[in-house]
Design a protein around this ligand. Structure first.
Ligand SMILES: Cc1cc2nc3c(=O)[nH]c(=O)nc-3n(C[C@H](O)[C@H](O)[C@H](O)COP(=O)(O)OP(=O)(O)OC[C@H]3O[C@@H](n4cnc5c(N)ncnc54)[C@H](O)[C@@H]3O)c2cc1C
Length: 339
């Protein structure tokens, strides 16, 4: 049996975590302090996954998750220090809808004061995370997981924790010719996600999006419009910074269109809310944005061909908080089962 040259019995991880999004980081936060040899691998340059913030010119955009809600006490306990130190703040308890009238629903939405990605960045501090490491396959050889990468030599691990969107995790196992036990395979292949075309739009001046800077629209062709300037993450002197999320049907049917055309269709459809000249449009394609078919439990643990755990926002919710609770539960389950 072939074993990678860089791997020997002395450098086997206890747990290899794929994904430094909210779920992978929360799992590592359980495992690393317990003294386990754990490493989180992520293809991105920074932690956060779909909690993503980026700069276009000097303007800032949250272009994946826009805010997060807090329902469980354990997640609230995590949030409290972030609020106190000014890393996070409450944004609003509702937004205007297509008639421009604010609709409150009593549920607080929280944001990262300097962008939503600052939240996972804080969580990642002190954790063993390797960025710029794209996993290409996961196989199980001689009683160990072998994880192969695009950029670095392979790594061996006793336990594998997969937190990428589930179709991506399953594809990595398929590349490694892993056949999962039937019950897990059936449950995992049921999980589905919506596609989302996100437009990052710069304006000459301020937008007409009502305070406090978010709009819930009808879903198609656009479901959400946000003003990153009103939100406080982009400076007003730089002009308007607006994030537009196209609906799942529009995103699916326009997925392969060139960014210029699709950007024009999206901005035209919300023109009355932009209210100022558009200076640039960037399109980001989220192939797996939010889960539309979820699994009811917080994780799935399979034992054959070796211990492998699946976690992420598709397990028990579909939001940032669910991703966090899923990762935390998966980490705790690994400790309970294999300590
Ligand atoms: C457009 C959009 C809008 C959203 N709006 C909201 C919202 O307003 N509120 C809310 O609560 N939630 C929202 N969400 C959902 C929220 O972002 C997710 O629930 C949450 O961030 C998922 O975290 P996760 O850790 O499960 O997955 P992810 O954040 O996707 O993390 C998975 C990680 O795996 C890495 N990865 C994948 N494949 C590989 C590979 N082969 N090798 C190495 N690394 C790999 C990725 O780089 C990523 O960092 C939104 C999502 C999108 C896309």
């Amino acid at each position: 049996m072939w074993v990678p040259e860089s791997c020997d019995a002395t450098n086997v991880l206890d747990v290899a975590v794929l994904g430094a999004g909210m779920s992978g980081l929360m799992a590592a936060r359980r495992l690393a302090p317990a003294g386990w040899r754990v490493m989180v691998f992520d293809k991105g340059r920074v932690p956060g996954g779909r909690m993503a913030t980026r700069r276009v010119g000097d303007a800032m955009f949250d272009y994946g998750a826009q805010y997060f809600t807090v329902r469980e006490a354990s997640f609230r306990a995590l949030l409290e220090p972030w609020l106190q130190e000014g890393l996070a703040r409450s944004w609003s308890e509702g937004f205007a809808t297509s008639d421009g009238i604010f609709k409150a629903d009593g549920e607080a939405r929280y944001i990262g004061v300097q962008g939503i990605s600052t939240i996972p960045r804080r969580l990642a501090e002190g954790l063993p995370v390797q960025h710029g490491t794209t996993v290409e396959s996961c196989s199980h050889l001689d009683g160990r997981w072998v994880i192969r990468f695009k950029e670095r030599p392979p790594v061996m691990a006793s336990i594998l924790l997969l937190t990428a969107p589930v179709p991506q995790s399953l594809a990595l196992l398929a590349m490694g010719r892993v056949v999962l036990e039937a019950a897990a395979a059936v449950a995992l292949t049921r999980i589905q996600y919506a596609q989302c075309l996100a437009s990052l739009v710069r304006l000459v001046g301020p937008s007409r999006i009502p305070e406090p800077g978010g709009l819930w629209l009808d879903g198609e062709p656009v479901g959400w419009v946000a003003d990153n300037t009103q939100k406080g993450i982009s400076e007003a002197r730089l002009g308007g910074s607006v994030t537009i999320h196209a609906g799942p049907e529009f995103s699916r049917t326009h997925w392969d269109e060139d960014p210029e055309t699709v950007g024009r269709i999206i901005t035209d459809s919300v023109q009355s809310w932009l209210g100022s000249e558009v200076t640039s449009v960037r399109i980001h394609r989220w192939r797996y944005s939010v889960p539309t078919v979820q699994h009811p439990a917080r994780y799935i643990m399979a034992r054959s061909p070796g211990p492998v755990v699946f976690a992420g926002d598709a397990f028990g919710g579909g939001r940032v908080e669910d991703a966090a609770l899923s990762g935390d539960a998966a980490g705790a389950a690994i400790l309970a089962e294999y300590s």
